[in-house]
Design a protein around this ligand. Sequence first.
Ligand SMILES: CC(C)(COP(=O)([O-])OP(=O)([O-])OC[C@H]1O[C@@H](n2cnc3c(N)ncnc32)[C@H](O)[C@@H]1OP(=O)([O-])[O-])[C@@H](O)C(=O)NCCC(=O)NCCSC(=O)C[C@@](C)(O)CC(=O)[O-]
Length: 323
Amino acid sequence: MFCNTIRTFLYRGVQTPFRRNLHKPAIRIVEVGPRDGLQNEAIHVPTDVKVEFINKLSETGLQTIEVTSFVSPKWVPQMGDNTEVYTKINKKPSVAYPVLVPNVKGLESAVSVGAKEIAVFGSASEGFARKNTNCSAEEALDRIKEIVNKSQILDDTLKIRGYISCVVGCPYDGHIKPEAVTKVCEFLLSLGCYEVSLGDTIGVGTKSTVEPMLKDLLKITTADKLAIHCHDTYGQALVNICTALEHGIKVVDSSVSGLGGCPYAVGATGNVATEDLVYMLHGLGAETGVDLKKLIDAGHYISEKINKPTASSVNKALYKKYF
Ligand SMILES: CC(C)(COP(=O)([O-])OP(=O)([O-])OC[C@H]1O[C@@H](n2cnc3c(N)ncnc32)[C@H](O)[C@@H]1OP(=O)([O-])[O-])[C@@H](O)C(=O)NCCC(=O)NCCSC(=O)C[C@@](C)(O)CC(=O)[O-]
């Protein structure tokens, strides 16, 4: 029953020939491993490893790879080689390579290296905004407005994606009310963000908290403006993603090998592993355009380089079979 509801949503709006012969991806995956994944690594990952990692991801069929962030290197030293990473990677025309920016300074750096897409981030919780961006949640939104205004002067073709952190729970403020998320989302969309990604930053969500949050959002916008971004701290990510699919969301963020976490969210582990997500989506009959074998290879590569076992169950199960 659960799967049938998801399938109904996956196929909603899809033409009949497309259903029979899935030529185009039905679900777009936004791979955030090189940014959200690696930003939390305490040991410096060499730039050449990051570049090789991203180049491998580019060959998997992923359409979007968030490659780095132009944040303060004092706050996140791991992303301090952003310019080198962005300029050295092979960029395929079929792949978008967004970068995360926290302020106008970050925007200027991103534009100067030729970024075509940026991601801005706000928070539904006050406590997380203060820890992550050293300002109130309201001030963080003002900064986003400044970024958007300045982007229109620097490059009015720049695509802007929005993130909202702590959409169901915050490590500092606890439970987050759906209305707080809806308010930030409305603001980001009014600024022209083409999509807003809903971050369960510390992975505390369950179907019973994710669903009311989505229902409140869907009063002010449509599912095609939303993406879901689940960390897997409590092992709930795939269930929460299924809940989002049931509500018509067709864009999912994930991190190969389940890398990552946020350095300013105590106790948060990595995102849902992209390998596990792709396996689940293909099992549901959805198309992602992603070659699971190549993805497993990319996940294995980065896990070895950072000397950490993969957090992806699918990678663990299939690596030896494939290689
Ligand atoms: C927002 C600030 C900058 C405020 O930080 P601040 O210390 O209040 O800012 P500041 O303006 O006083 O700057 C401090 C220093 O950083 C420099 N600086 C300032 N900005 C930049 C920049 N863009 N690029 C390079 N350098 C910069 C600035 O020039 C100065 O250098 P100094 O004068 O001392 O030598 C800081 O708090 C920051 O960078 N925060 C980002 C933290 C971060 O990256 N967190 C992880 C990403 S968000 C996330 O992971 C959640 C998400 C998106 O994945 C979704 C989810 O799961 O929830």
